[in-house]
Write a protein of this length. Structure first.
Length: 490
Protein backbone atom coordinates (compact mmCIF):
# COMPACT_ATOMS: atom_id res chain seq x y z
CA UNK A 1 0.00 0.00 0.00
CA UNK A 2 1.30 3.44 -0.93
CA UNK A 3 2.19 5.98 1.76
CA UNK A 4 0.49 9.35 2.22
CA UNK A 5 3.49 11.04 0.59
CA UNK A 6 3.25 8.80 -2.48
CA UNK A 7 -0.44 9.64 -2.96
CA UNK A 8 0.24 13.37 -2.65
CA UNK A 9 3.56 13.72 -4.47
CA UNK A 10 3.37 16.49 -7.06
CA UNK A 11 -0.37 16.94 -6.57
CA UNK A 12 -0.67 19.20 -3.53
CA UNK A 13 1.69 21.43 -1.51
CA UNK A 14 1.22 19.54 1.78
CA UNK A 15 4.26 20.16 4.00
CA UNK A 16 6.26 17.57 5.95
CA UNK A 17 4.84 18.95 9.22
CA UNK A 18 1.29 18.56 7.94
CA UNK A 19 1.95 14.99 6.79
CA UNK A 20 3.39 14.22 10.23
CA UNK A 21 0.21 15.60 11.82
CA UNK A 22 -1.93 13.42 9.54
CA UNK A 23 0.17 10.36 10.36
CA UNK A 24 -0.38 10.96 14.07
CA UNK A 25 -4.12 11.29 13.47
CA UNK A 26 -4.31 8.06 11.49
CA UNK A 27 -2.28 6.27 14.19
CA UNK A 28 -4.86 7.18 16.87
CA UNK A 29 -8.17 7.39 15.02
CA UNK A 30 -9.33 3.82 15.70
CA UNK A 31 -10.63 5.32 18.95
CA UNK A 32 -12.75 7.82 16.98
CA UNK A 33 -14.11 5.13 14.68
CA UNK A 34 -15.07 2.80 17.54
CA UNK A 35 -16.75 5.50 19.63
CA UNK A 36 -18.88 6.69 16.71
CA UNK A 37 -19.59 3.20 15.28
CA UNK A 38 -18.53 4.56 11.91
CA UNK A 39 -16.14 4.16 9.01
CA UNK A 40 -13.73 7.08 8.71
CA UNK A 41 -12.08 8.30 5.51
CA UNK A 42 -9.34 10.91 5.41
CA UNK A 43 -9.52 13.25 2.39
CA UNK A 44 -6.67 15.55 1.32
CA UNK A 45 -7.54 18.53 -0.93
CA UNK A 46 -5.74 18.58 -4.28
CA UNK A 47 -4.42 21.94 -5.48
CA UNK A 48 -1.49 23.40 -7.43
CA UNK A 49 -0.26 25.66 -4.63
CA UNK A 50 -1.37 27.20 -1.35
CA UNK A 51 -3.20 30.06 -3.08
CA UNK A 52 -5.13 27.85 -5.51
CA UNK A 53 -8.65 26.64 -4.80
CA UNK A 54 -8.88 22.81 -4.52
CA UNK A 55 -9.84 20.91 -7.65
CA UNK A 56 -10.89 17.88 -5.62
CA UNK A 57 -9.76 15.40 -2.98
CA UNK A 58 -7.95 12.08 -2.66
CA UNK A 59 -8.62 9.48 0.05
CA UNK A 60 -5.34 8.59 1.79
CA UNK A 61 -6.63 6.57 4.78
CA UNK A 62 -9.66 4.50 5.77
CA UNK A 63 -10.50 2.88 9.12
CA UNK A 64 -13.37 0.55 10.03
CA UNK A 65 -14.96 0.31 13.50
CA UNK A 66 -14.54 -2.72 15.72
CA UNK A 67 -17.81 -1.85 17.49
CA UNK A 68 -20.08 -2.05 14.44
CA UNK A 69 -20.28 -3.45 10.94
CA UNK A 70 -18.46 -1.56 8.21
CA UNK A 71 -20.49 0.32 5.60
CA UNK A 72 -17.78 -0.09 2.95
CA UNK A 73 -17.00 -3.55 1.67
CA UNK A 74 -13.98 -2.30 -0.27
CA UNK A 75 -11.18 0.08 0.65
CA UNK A 76 -11.53 3.56 -0.75
CA UNK A 77 -7.88 4.55 -0.31
CA UNK A 78 -6.63 6.15 -3.50
CA UNK A 79 -10.13 7.15 -4.68
CA UNK A 80 -10.47 10.69 -6.02
CA UNK A 81 -13.46 13.01 -6.14
CA UNK A 82 -13.90 16.38 -7.80
CA UNK A 83 -14.78 19.62 -6.08
CA UNK A 84 -18.57 19.79 -5.94
CA UNK A 85 -19.13 16.02 -5.91
CA UNK A 86 -19.43 15.83 -2.10
CA UNK A 87 -21.10 18.94 -0.67
CA UNK A 88 -20.44 18.13 3.00
CA UNK A 89 -16.70 17.66 2.46
CA UNK A 90 -16.53 20.95 0.56
CA UNK A 91 -18.42 22.69 3.34
CA UNK A 92 -16.15 21.38 6.11
CA UNK A 93 -13.07 22.49 4.17
CA UNK A 94 -14.47 25.91 3.26
CA UNK A 95 -15.84 26.89 6.69
CA UNK A 96 -13.53 24.89 8.98
CA UNK A 97 -16.54 23.58 10.92
CA UNK A 98 -18.06 20.18 11.58
CA UNK A 99 -21.04 19.33 9.34
CA UNK A 100 -23.28 17.09 11.43
CA UNK A 101 -27.03 17.32 10.77
CA UNK A 102 -27.03 15.73 7.33
CA UNK A 103 -29.68 13.67 5.60
CA UNK A 104 -29.02 9.92 5.20
CA UNK A 105 -28.46 8.59 1.68
CA UNK A 106 -29.22 5.16 0.30
CA UNK A 107 -25.99 3.39 -0.58
CA UNK A 108 -26.76 -0.10 -1.83
CA UNK A 109 -29.40 -1.43 0.55
CA UNK A 110 -28.35 0.66 3.56
CA UNK A 111 -29.19 4.23 4.56
CA UNK A 112 -25.84 5.86 5.33
CA UNK A 113 -25.45 9.09 7.27
CA UNK A 114 -22.34 11.09 6.39
CA UNK A 115 -20.81 13.75 8.61
CA UNK A 116 -17.60 15.68 7.97
CA UNK A 117 -14.91 17.02 10.30
CA UNK A 118 -12.15 19.47 9.30
CA UNK A 119 -8.60 18.61 10.45
CA UNK A 120 -6.88 21.76 11.67
CA UNK A 121 -3.22 22.57 12.03
CA UNK A 122 -2.87 26.05 13.38
CA UNK A 123 -5.59 27.99 11.57
CA UNK A 124 -5.39 25.95 8.37
CA UNK A 125 -7.66 23.07 7.36
CA UNK A 126 -5.23 20.47 6.04
CA UNK A 127 -7.71 17.60 5.54
CA UNK A 128 -11.29 16.48 6.06
CA UNK A 129 -12.57 13.35 7.79
CA UNK A 130 -15.80 11.91 6.44
CA UNK A 131 -17.69 9.75 8.92
CA UNK A 132 -20.12 7.13 7.61
CA UNK A 133 -22.52 5.04 9.69
CA UNK A 134 -25.72 3.06 9.33
CA UNK A 135 -28.55 5.46 10.26
CA UNK A 136 -30.92 2.58 11.09
CA UNK A 137 -28.72 1.58 14.03
CA UNK A 138 -29.05 5.05 15.61
CA UNK A 139 -32.81 5.08 16.20
CA UNK A 140 -32.97 3.45 19.65
CA UNK A 141 -29.47 3.78 21.13
CA UNK A 142 -28.58 2.19 24.45
CA UNK A 143 -26.93 4.10 27.30
CA UNK A 144 -23.56 2.77 26.15
CA UNK A 145 -24.16 3.96 22.59
CA UNK A 146 -25.34 7.38 23.75
CA UNK A 147 -22.24 7.88 25.88
CA UNK A 148 -19.94 6.64 23.14
CA UNK A 149 -21.50 9.02 20.61
CA UNK A 150 -21.35 11.98 23.00
CA UNK A 151 -17.68 11.29 23.67
CA UNK A 152 -17.06 10.89 19.94
CA UNK A 153 -18.63 14.31 19.30
CA UNK A 154 -16.29 15.86 21.87
CA UNK A 155 -13.23 14.21 20.29
CA UNK A 156 -14.26 15.24 16.77
CA UNK A 157 -14.61 18.80 18.04
CA UNK A 158 -11.06 18.50 19.40
CA UNK A 159 -9.93 17.42 15.91
CA UNK A 160 -11.64 20.47 14.43
CA UNK A 161 -9.95 22.68 17.04
CA UNK A 162 -6.52 21.12 16.51
CA UNK A 163 -6.41 19.42 19.95
CA UNK A 164 -6.54 15.83 18.70
CA UNK A 165 -4.41 13.80 18.27
CA UNK A 166 -2.84 14.58 21.63
CA UNK A 167 0.57 16.20 21.58
CA UNK A 168 3.50 14.49 23.30
CA UNK A 169 1.54 11.27 23.67
CA UNK A 170 4.74 9.31 22.95
CA UNK A 171 4.23 5.60 23.59
CA UNK A 172 0.99 6.19 25.51
CA UNK A 173 -1.03 4.37 22.84
CA UNK A 174 1.41 1.47 22.53
CA UNK A 175 -0.27 -0.95 22.45
CA UNK A 176 -3.29 0.80 20.97
CA UNK A 177 -6.17 0.88 23.50
CA UNK A 178 -9.53 -0.57 22.51
CA UNK A 179 -12.85 0.96 23.47
CA UNK A 180 -14.41 -2.47 23.80
CA UNK A 181 -12.03 -3.49 26.61
CA UNK A 182 -13.57 -0.93 28.95
CA UNK A 183 -14.34 2.79 29.15
CA UNK A 184 -14.97 5.14 32.05
CA UNK A 185 -16.21 8.70 31.64
CA UNK A 186 -15.28 11.21 34.36
CA UNK A 187 -16.23 14.83 34.92
CA UNK A 188 -13.94 17.78 35.58
CA UNK A 189 -13.56 16.71 39.24
CA UNK A 190 -12.56 13.13 38.41
CA UNK A 191 -15.96 11.70 39.39
CA UNK A 192 -17.31 8.83 37.30
CA UNK A 193 -20.41 9.67 35.29
CA UNK A 194 -20.50 6.50 33.18
CA UNK A 195 -18.73 3.13 33.10
CA UNK A 196 -19.15 0.54 30.36
CA UNK A 197 -20.13 -3.04 31.30
CA UNK A 198 -16.58 -4.31 30.66
CA UNK A 199 -15.19 -1.55 32.87
CA UNK A 200 -17.56 -2.49 35.68
CA UNK A 201 -16.59 -6.13 35.33
CA UNK A 202 -12.88 -5.29 35.51
CA UNK A 203 -13.29 -3.34 38.75
CA UNK A 204 -15.56 -6.04 40.14
CA UNK A 205 -12.83 -8.65 39.62
CA UNK A 206 -10.48 -6.36 41.51
CA UNK A 207 -12.87 -6.48 44.49
CA UNK A 208 -14.97 -3.33 44.03
CA UNK A 209 -18.50 -4.24 45.17
CA UNK A 210 -20.33 -0.95 44.57
CA UNK A 211 -21.51 0.83 41.45
CA UNK A 212 -18.90 3.07 39.85
CA UNK A 213 -21.11 6.06 38.99
CA UNK A 214 -20.72 8.94 41.45
CA UNK A 215 -17.40 7.77 42.89
CA UNK A 216 -13.99 9.34 42.36
CA UNK A 217 -11.95 7.10 40.07
CA UNK A 218 -8.73 8.01 41.88
CA UNK A 219 -10.19 7.19 45.30
CA UNK A 220 -11.46 3.83 44.01
CA UNK A 221 -7.96 3.04 42.75
CA UNK A 222 -6.46 4.07 46.11
CA UNK A 223 -8.80 1.74 47.98
CA UNK A 224 -8.21 -1.19 45.64
CA UNK A 225 -4.42 -0.85 45.77
CA UNK A 226 -4.11 -0.84 49.56
CA UNK A 227 -3.30 -4.56 49.46
CA UNK A 228 -0.01 -3.77 47.70
CA UNK A 229 2.76 -1.61 49.14
CA UNK A 230 4.51 -0.64 45.90
CA UNK A 231 5.75 2.96 45.95
CA UNK A 232 4.24 5.25 43.30
CA UNK A 233 5.59 8.46 41.86
CA UNK A 234 2.12 10.02 41.79
CA UNK A 235 -1.01 9.39 43.84
CA UNK A 236 -3.92 7.77 42.02
CA UNK A 237 -6.21 10.66 42.97
CA UNK A 238 -3.90 12.96 40.99
CA UNK A 239 -2.99 10.69 38.07
CA UNK A 240 -6.62 9.62 37.51
CA UNK A 241 -8.16 13.07 37.91
CA UNK A 242 -8.29 13.61 34.13
CA UNK A 243 -6.13 16.73 34.22
CA UNK A 244 -3.44 15.31 31.94
CA UNK A 245 -2.56 12.38 29.70
CA UNK A 246 -1.56 9.45 31.88
CA UNK A 247 -1.07 5.70 31.66
CA UNK A 248 -1.53 4.10 35.05
CA UNK A 249 -1.71 0.56 36.39
CA UNK A 250 -3.82 -0.38 39.38
CA UNK A 251 -2.88 -3.64 41.02
CA UNK A 252 -4.01 -5.70 43.98
CA UNK A 253 -4.34 -9.38 44.81
CA UNK A 254 -7.37 -9.61 42.54
CA UNK A 255 -5.60 -8.51 39.37
CA UNK A 256 -4.08 -5.68 37.36
CA UNK A 257 -5.90 -2.99 35.35
CA UNK A 258 -4.15 -0.79 32.80
CA UNK A 259 -5.77 2.66 32.48
CA UNK A 260 -5.19 5.41 29.89
CA UNK A 261 -6.49 8.85 30.84
CA UNK A 262 -7.50 11.12 27.93
CA UNK A 263 -8.56 14.67 28.85
CA UNK A 264 -11.47 16.19 26.91
CA UNK A 265 -10.66 19.75 25.85
CA UNK A 266 -13.07 22.46 24.66
CA UNK A 267 -11.10 25.38 23.31
CA UNK A 268 -8.56 26.02 26.06
CA UNK A 269 -10.60 24.44 28.87
CA UNK A 270 -10.71 20.90 30.19
CA UNK A 271 -14.30 19.72 30.56
CA UNK A 272 -13.71 16.13 31.67
CA UNK A 273 -11.93 13.01 30.52
CA UNK A 274 -12.36 9.46 29.34
CA UNK A 275 -10.38 6.54 30.72
CA UNK A 276 -9.78 3.47 28.57
CA UNK A 277 -8.97 0.40 30.58
CA UNK A 278 -7.89 -3.15 30.02
CA UNK A 279 -7.65 -6.05 32.42
CA UNK A 280 -4.02 -7.14 32.00
CA UNK A 281 -3.91 -9.59 34.91
CA UNK A 282 -3.10 -12.60 32.75
CA UNK A 283 -0.56 -10.66 30.70
CA UNK A 284 1.33 -9.49 33.81
CA UNK A 285 1.22 -13.01 35.25
CA UNK A 286 2.84 -14.39 32.12
CA UNK A 287 5.45 -11.63 32.10
CA UNK A 288 6.38 -12.48 35.69
CA UNK A 289 6.57 -16.15 34.84
CA UNK A 290 8.96 -15.32 32.00
CA UNK A 291 11.10 -13.17 34.30
CA UNK A 292 11.18 -15.96 36.87
CA UNK A 293 11.96 -18.50 34.16
CA UNK A 294 14.80 -16.38 32.78
CA UNK A 295 16.26 -15.90 36.26
CA UNK A 296 16.02 -19.64 36.91
CA UNK A 297 17.76 -20.46 33.64
CA UNK A 298 20.57 -18.01 34.40
CA UNK A 299 20.97 -19.52 37.86
CA UNK A 300 21.17 -22.99 36.31
CA UNK A 301 23.91 -21.82 33.93
CA UNK A 302 25.75 -20.28 36.89
CA UNK A 303 25.58 -23.53 38.86
CA UNK A 304 26.63 -25.60 35.85
CA UNK A 305 29.62 -23.30 35.41
CA UNK A 306 30.55 -23.67 39.10
CA UNK A 307 30.20 -27.46 38.95
CA UNK A 308 32.36 -27.63 35.82
CA UNK A 309 35.00 -25.51 37.51
CA UNK A 310 34.93 -27.87 40.49
CA UNK A 311 35.38 -30.89 38.22
CA UNK A 312 38.18 -29.06 36.43
CA UNK A 313 39.97 -28.33 39.71
CA UNK A 314 39.69 -31.97 40.82
CA UNK A 315 41.11 -33.22 37.51
CA UNK A 316 43.94 -30.69 37.74
CA UNK A 317 44.83 -31.96 41.23
CA UNK A 318 44.70 -35.53 39.99
CA UNK A 319 46.97 -34.68 37.05
CA UNK A 320 49.62 -33.31 39.42
CA UNK A 321 49.68 -36.57 41.40
CA UNK A 322 50.08 -38.85 38.40
CA UNK A 323 53.65 -39.67 37.45
CA UNK A 324 52.82 -41.02 33.99
CA UNK A 325 53.34 -38.04 31.62
CA UNK A 326 50.82 -39.39 29.10
CA UNK A 327 48.07 -39.77 31.68
CA UNK A 328 48.82 -36.35 33.17
CA UNK A 329 48.64 -34.74 29.75
CA UNK A 330 45.31 -36.45 29.02
CA UNK A 331 43.83 -35.08 32.24
CA UNK A 332 45.13 -31.59 31.45
CA UNK A 333 43.49 -31.77 28.04
CA UNK A 334 40.22 -32.76 29.73
CA UNK A 335 40.60 -29.75 32.06
CA UNK A 336 41.02 -27.49 29.03
CA UNK A 337 37.91 -28.86 27.32
CA UNK A 338 35.82 -28.51 30.46
CA UNK A 339 37.03 -24.91 30.82
CA UNK A 340 35.76 -24.16 27.29
CA UNK A 341 32.28 -25.44 28.14
CA UNK A 342 32.29 -23.58 31.48
CA UNK A 343 33.11 -20.34 29.70
CA UNK A 344 29.96 -20.57 27.59
CA UNK A 345 27.81 -21.25 30.67
CA UNK A 346 29.46 -18.34 32.47
CA UNK A 347 28.47 -16.04 29.60
CA UNK A 348 24.89 -17.34 29.64
CA UNK A 349 24.63 -16.91 33.43
CA UNK A 350 25.35 -13.19 33.15
CA UNK A 351 23.11 -12.53 30.14
CA UNK A 352 19.39 -11.84 29.94
CA UNK A 353 19.34 -13.48 26.51
CA UNK A 354 19.35 -17.14 25.56
CA UNK A 355 22.09 -16.37 23.04
CA UNK A 356 25.85 -16.01 23.50
CA UNK A 357 28.01 -13.10 22.35
CA UNK A 358 30.44 -15.55 20.82
CA UNK A 359 33.13 -13.06 19.84
CA UNK A 360 33.73 -12.28 23.52
CA UNK A 361 33.86 -15.99 24.35
CA UNK A 362 36.42 -16.55 21.59
CA UNK A 363 38.65 -13.72 22.80
CA UNK A 364 38.72 -15.30 26.25
CA UNK A 365 39.47 -18.72 24.78
CA UNK A 366 42.44 -17.24 22.91
CA UNK A 367 43.73 -15.50 26.04
CA UNK A 368 43.41 -18.77 27.95
CA UNK A 369 45.33 -20.61 25.24
CA UNK A 370 48.20 -18.11 25.38
CA UNK A 371 48.38 -18.36 29.17
CA UNK A 372 48.75 -22.13 28.93
CA UNK A 373 51.44 -21.94 26.24
CA UNK A 374 54.34 -20.07 27.89
CA UNK A 375 56.89 -21.55 25.45
CA UNK A 376 55.23 -19.56 22.66
CA UNK A 377 55.80 -16.19 24.32
CA UNK A 378 56.08 -14.29 21.03
CA UNK A 379 53.23 -16.09 19.31
CA UNK A 380 50.77 -13.72 17.64
CA UNK A 381 47.11 -14.76 17.54
CA UNK A 382 44.82 -12.40 15.64
CA UNK A 383 41.06 -12.49 15.17
CA UNK A 384 39.21 -10.86 12.29
CA UNK A 385 35.50 -10.78 11.49
CA UNK A 386 32.60 -11.46 13.79
CA UNK A 387 29.87 -14.02 14.44
CA UNK A 388 27.81 -11.91 16.87
CA UNK A 389 25.10 -13.66 18.87
CA UNK A 390 24.78 -17.43 18.60
CA UNK A 391 22.31 -19.80 20.20
CA UNK A 392 23.74 -21.70 23.16
CA UNK A 393 23.16 -25.02 21.36
CA UNK A 394 25.66 -23.80 18.74
CA UNK A 395 28.00 -21.82 20.99
CA UNK A 396 28.98 -24.72 23.27
CA UNK A 397 30.14 -27.22 20.62
CA UNK A 398 31.68 -24.40 18.55
CA UNK A 399 33.75 -23.26 21.53
CA UNK A 400 35.05 -26.81 21.95
CA UNK A 401 35.81 -27.18 18.23
CA UNK A 402 37.74 -23.90 18.02
CA UNK A 403 39.60 -24.69 21.26
CA UNK A 404 40.73 -28.05 19.90
CA UNK A 405 41.82 -26.54 16.57
CA UNK A 406 43.81 -23.80 18.33
CA UNK A 407 45.58 -26.26 20.62
CA UNK A 408 46.17 -28.66 17.75
CA UNK A 409 47.97 -25.86 15.91
CA UNK A 410 49.93 -24.87 19.02
CA UNK A 411 51.00 -28.40 19.86
CA UNK A 412 51.56 -29.93 16.44
CA UNK A 413 52.02 -27.12 13.94
CA UNK A 414 53.87 -24.22 15.52
CA UNK A 415 57.43 -24.99 16.60
CA UNK A 416 59.25 -21.65 16.73
CA UNK A 417 58.75 -18.30 18.38
CA UNK A 418 57.51 -15.54 16.15
CA UNK A 419 54.90 -17.81 14.60
CA UNK A 420 51.40 -16.55 14.00
CA UNK A 421 47.91 -17.97 14.10
CA UNK A 422 44.99 -16.18 12.41
CA UNK A 423 41.32 -16.74 13.22
CA UNK A 424 38.78 -15.37 10.76
CA UNK A 425 35.04 -15.31 11.43
CA UNK A 426 32.45 -14.73 8.75
CA UNK A 427 28.67 -14.71 8.77
CA UNK A 428 26.84 -15.01 5.43
CA UNK A 429 23.06 -15.07 5.56
CA UNK A 430 22.35 -18.30 7.46
CA UNK A 431 25.85 -19.74 7.29
CA UNK A 432 28.89 -19.23 9.54
CA UNK A 433 32.45 -19.77 8.36
CA UNK A 434 35.40 -20.08 10.75
CA UNK A 435 38.94 -20.29 9.38
CA UNK A 436 41.96 -20.97 11.59
CA UNK A 437 45.30 -20.64 9.78
CA UNK A 438 48.90 -21.01 11.04
CA UNK A 439 52.34 -20.78 9.42
CA UNK A 440 53.68 -23.89 11.14
CA UNK A 441 55.12 -27.13 9.76
CA UNK A 442 51.88 -28.21 8.14
CA UNK A 443 50.12 -31.57 7.97
CA UNK A 444 52.04 -34.81 7.57
CA UNK A 445 52.08 -36.50 4.20
CA UNK A 446 49.00 -38.59 3.48
CA UNK A 447 47.05 -37.01 6.34
CA UNK A 448 43.32 -37.89 6.50
CA UNK A 449 40.95 -36.34 9.00
CA UNK A 450 38.67 -39.38 8.88
CA UNK A 451 41.52 -41.77 9.66
CA UNK A 452 43.40 -39.61 12.16
CA UNK A 453 43.85 -41.13 15.63
CA UNK A 454 44.34 -37.73 17.25
CA UNK A 455 41.70 -37.48 19.99
CA UNK A 456 41.31 -33.72 19.64
CA UNK A 457 40.63 -33.97 15.89
CA UNK A 458 38.21 -36.84 16.46
CA UNK A 459 36.30 -34.63 18.91
CA UNK A 460 36.33 -31.80 16.37
CA UNK A 461 35.01 -33.99 13.57
CA UNK A 462 32.27 -35.53 15.73
CA UNK A 463 31.05 -32.18 17.07
CA UNK A 464 31.15 -30.58 13.61
CA UNK A 465 29.11 -33.30 11.97
CA UNK A 466 26.69 -34.19 14.79
CA UNK A 467 26.21 -30.96 16.79
CA UNK A 468 26.94 -28.18 14.30
CA UNK A 469 25.73 -30.15 11.26
CA UNK A 470 28.57 -28.61 9.31
CA UNK A 471 31.71 -29.51 7.40
CA UNK A 472 35.41 -29.28 8.29
CA UNK A 473 38.33 -29.24 5.86
CA UNK A 474 42.03 -29.24 6.77
CA UNK A 475 44.20 -27.78 4.00
CA UNK A 476 47.98 -27.48 4.01
CA UNK A 477 50.18 -25.75 1.41
CA UNK A 478 53.63 -24.14 1.28
CA UNK A 479 52.56 -20.97 3.13
CA UNK A 480 50.08 -22.10 5.78
CA UNK A 481 47.80 -24.75 7.20
CA UNK A 482 44.09 -23.94 7.37
CA UNK A 483 41.13 -25.45 9.15
CA UNK A 484 37.95 -24.33 7.39
CA UNK A 485 34.76 -24.88 9.37
CA UNK A 486 31.34 -24.12 7.84
CA UNK A 487 27.97 -24.69 9.51
CA UNK A 488 24.38 -23.38 9.32
CA UNK A 489 22.96 -20.85 11.77
CA UNK A 490 19.41 -19.57 12.11
Amino acid sequence: MASIEEYLEGRTPTSAEEIHKLRELVADWQLLSDLSFADLILWIPLRKDEKSWPTGYIAVAHIRPTTAATVFANDVIGDEINWGDRFYIDQALSHGEIVRNTEPELIGDVMIKEETIPVLMGEKVIAVISRHRNSDLMRQPSRLELNYREIAHELYRMVAEGNFPYQNAGSLFDPTPRVGDGLVRIDINGTISYASPNARSAFSRMGWANELDGYSLGEIAEQLSRETSDAREEAYVTSLSGRALRRVEVENLGGVIDLIVLPIIAGQDRIGAIVLLNNVTELRRRERQLVTKDATIREIHHRVKNNLQTVSALLRLQARRIEDPGASQALNEAVRRIASIALVHETLSSSAESSVAFDDVLDRLVSHALELTPRMGSLKITRTGSLGLLESRIATPLALVITELIYNALEHGLESEGSKLDINLERKDKTAIVTIADDGVGLPAGFSLQESSNLGLQIVRTLTENELRGTLNLISDESETRAELEFPIS
